[in-house]
Design a protein around this ligand. Structure first.
Ligand code: ZN
Length: 170
């Protein structure tokens, strides 16, 4: 396993759109293991392949306190969203910024597991919110893009000055 470098704002590679995963081979299995190692080392709860400069629709998440519930979402598509609320978010690629973002707190997702088997799941709470944040990464979108205009402006200035580091980021 290997720890990967996480791209940081304003790296333009964070704006690239990820392509669907087509090959479920050993290289993909290794990449998934590396993503988890990188996620745990960074003390994050979610990581999209885009954040380590791999343009594939691949996300790893673990929202458990004891890092015991690794979840893999490949080629994810959200089929339904419910219960929109404001949720506090941060991002491993945007260090130092914590802001409230409007997200569905319940959703239905269709995705593929690491062996290539499709599945559908209903998610809620932090896992649902984190998945939306990570799917945004696959589309080249950052959570700060979703803030209201003036807050976005303020956040950008703060980022240009260089922010403090927070933990629990995705
Ligand atoms: Zn993020």
């Amino acid at each position: 396993m290997a720890r990967l470098d996480i791209l940081a704002y304003p790296d333009p590679r964070l704006r690239m759109k990820a392509l669907p995963v087509r090959e479920f081979d050993d290289a993909l299995a290794r990449l998934i293991d590396d993503l988890f190692e990188t996620l745990y080392a960074a003390r994050g709860i979610g990581l999209a392949a885009t954040q380590v400069n791999v343009q594939l629709q691949l996300i790893v998440i673990d929202v458990s306190e004891d890092r015991s519930k690794p979840e893999v979402f490949i080629n994810p598509q959200i089929l339904a969203r419910d219960q929109i609320g404001l949720v506090e978010e941060s991002c491993l690629s945007v260090p130092g910024i914590v802001e409230n973002v409007a997200r569905a707190t319940a959703l239905t997702v269709r995705a593929v597991d690491r062996r290539g088997t499709p599945y559908m799941r209903d998610l809620d709470g932090l896992l649902a919110v984190c998945l939306q944040h990570e799917i945004d990464h696959l589309d080249g979108t950052l959570f700060v893009d979703r803030l209201p205009f003036f807050k976005r402006l303020r956040t950008r200035r703060r980022l240009e000055r260089g922010g403090r580091a927070y933990q629990a980021a995705a």
